[in-house]
Each structure stands twice: as structure tokens, then as C-alpha cells.
Design a binder for this molecule. Sequence first.
Ligand code: SF4
Ligand code: SF4
Length: 78
Amino acid sequence: MPPIIDKDKCKKCGLCAQICGLDVYGPYEKDTVPIVRYPSECWHCNACVLDCPAKAIKLKLPLSMPILYRRLKGEDND
Ligand code: SF4
Ligand code: SF4
């Protein structure tokens, strides 16, 4: 599911549109609430959610994403 912006919380800073590497928001017009113009481009990286200073963005991850990480044999990160 693409990001949803709470218009009442949004500070219109444009940071989400600026940081999205996939251009989901498209061109940003100064002092406006960003528009999710290309929702199907979102790959749910969560960057806009984490960086939004107003905590105004919600993102629901697709069911296929929260798959538990399983360590492979021979992999040692500890
Ligand atoms: S980063 Fe948050 S506050 Fe800034 S424009 Fe995007 S939704 Fe609004
Ligand atoms: S979750 Fe990632 S890909 Fe999706 S709109 Fe936010 S920054 Fe862009």
C-alpha cells in the first residue's frame, strides 16, 4: 500500500518527496502537501515515514514483506 499523508499533521516541508528514491511523490510544489502521484512505484522502504518530521506518513506493508529473516548456514554476523 502506498504512503498516506495526514494533511492535518503535514508541515509542507517537502522532505518526503525529496528523499524518495523512486519518485513516488513526483515533482513537489513548495508549501503544499505532497501528492502521491505514482503509488505503484513505492517499494515500501519506509524512508519517508522515518524522516517525516511531523510523523504524518502512514505506510502499510504488503503481507509478503514481513517475512522472518532466516540465517543461512555459514553466515556469521555476530
Ligand atoms: S515529510 Fe512529512 S511534514 Fe514534510 S511534506 Fe512530507 S508528509 Fe509533510
Ligand atoms: S516508502 Fe520509500 S519508496 Fe515508498 S514513498 Fe516512501 S520513500 Fe518512497
